[in-house]
Write a protein that binds this ligand. Sequence first.
Ligand SMILES: Cc1ncc(COP(=O)(O)O)c(C=O)c1O
Length: 428
Amino acid sequence: MFLGNDTLEIKDKVVHIDGYNVIELAEKFGTPLYVMSEEQIKINAERYFKAFKDYKKDFILAYAYKANSNLAITRLLTKLGCGADVVSGGELYIAKLSKVDNDKIVFNGNCKTKEEIVMGVESEIRAFNVDSISELIMINETAKELGKVANVAFRVNPDINPKTHPKISTGLKKSKFGLPLDLAKKAIKMALEMENVNFVGIHCHIGSQITDVSPFIEETRKMMEFIVELKNEGIEVRDLNLGGGLGVPYYKDKEIPTVEDYAKAIINTIYEFEDKVEIPNLILEPGRSIVATAGYLITKVHHIKETSCKWVMVDAGMNDMLRPAMYEAYHHIINAKVKGEKEVVSVAGGLCESSDIFGKDRELDKVEVGDTIIIFDVGAYGISMANNYNARGRPRMILTSKKGVYIIRERETYADLISKDLIPPHLL
Ligand SMILES: Cc1ncc(COP(=O)(O)O)c(C=O)c1O
C-alpha cells in the first residue's frame, strides 16, 4: 500500500500498524507518540541477511546506532544477528548493554576522546575506524597503557559524490571525514610498525539516503583497487567496511533500489577482483534502511486555522522530529482515519520556529480537530535527534509486535526537563 511500510494496513477505514488500530494506540498511550514496528524491523534486517547470505567471506551487518539507539530496538537487532556501528562512548555503552558480540562492533567518528578509546580498547572491539594519524597514535598509546593490542581499520575518503542531500554527504574531498588514499596508505604503514595496534581493514562512507547504486559501485571499485595496491606492497586487508547508507522510500510514489539491487552491485564489483586479491570480509553499517520505515510519529490535531492555507496544528513538533526543519526532508503524512473526502492542508507543530512544519500543501483525508495524524518513516534520525527545545519533553515510544504492544521509552515529564539544572546558593 505504501512503499516500505509492509506491516501497515487499513481495516474498517482506520490505519493499523502490525495489526493495531492507530487511533486506539493514540488514545491509550497519548500523543505525540513514536510507534516502532518490530515486524517491519525484522523484515528490513532479514532482507540484508538474505541478500548477502552467499557472500564468500564473513558478512557483518553492523547496525548504525545513530539512527535509533533505543535499547529495545538495539537489543532486537542484536537478536536478529546484527553487530553495531557506534560513534560515541554512549553508543558503545548501549551496544554492550544490548549484548552485541565485541567482534561485531566497529567504532566510527572523527573525534574519539581518550575516554572513548579506552572503552573501545578494553572492549576488544572488531575495529576502530581510524579517522586521522593523531587518533592512530592515541589508540596505540592507550592500548600500550592498557597492555592490549587494538584492531584498527582506516577510514578512507574516496572523493565520491553520493548524489544525496549535501548535509548527509560524507565522502567528498572537502568532507571532514577520513583520509585521502595516499595519507591512508601512509597511516597503514605507520600502524604496521606500531606494537599495540593490529591493522585489519579499510573503511569508507560516502553519505546517507543514497537512491542510486552507481555511487556504491564506484566506492566498492575504488576500495578494491586500493586493496590490490596494498597487496602489491605486501599488505593484507582482512575487512572491507563499506559505508554509505541505502535510501528509503520517503516518497511513496518513487521506487528506489532494493537491498537486493544494492547487494548485487556490491558483491559483483568485489568479485571482479577475485583473481587479483583475496576477497575481504564485508562489513556494512546501515541505519536508516533498517529502522526508518518501521517508525511512525502519531500526533493529534489541536487547532485548525485558514489563513494563507489551511493550517493543521499538531502536538508533535520539530523537537520530536527534526528532519523536515533540518534537511527539508519529506515525510509522508496521512490522516489515521480514511474519510474519502480529501483536502489540501499544511501540517505544523507548535514550536516558536517558522521551520516547524511537517508538510506544506499535502493532500490528506479531510482533517478536523481531534483527528489523529500519522507521519511516516521516522524510525531513523527521529527520536535519536529529538531534543527539549521550547521546554518540551521528548515523546513516549512504543513497540508493536506479534507478541503485543510495549512502551519502550517513557514520555519525559516537566521534572525531567529541569533534572540536570542547578541553582547556585545566592539565587535560591
Ligand atoms: C560513518 C557512518 N556510518 C553509518 C551511517 C548510517 O547511515 P544510514 O543511516 O544512511 O544507513 C552514517 C550516517 O551518516 C555514517 O556517517
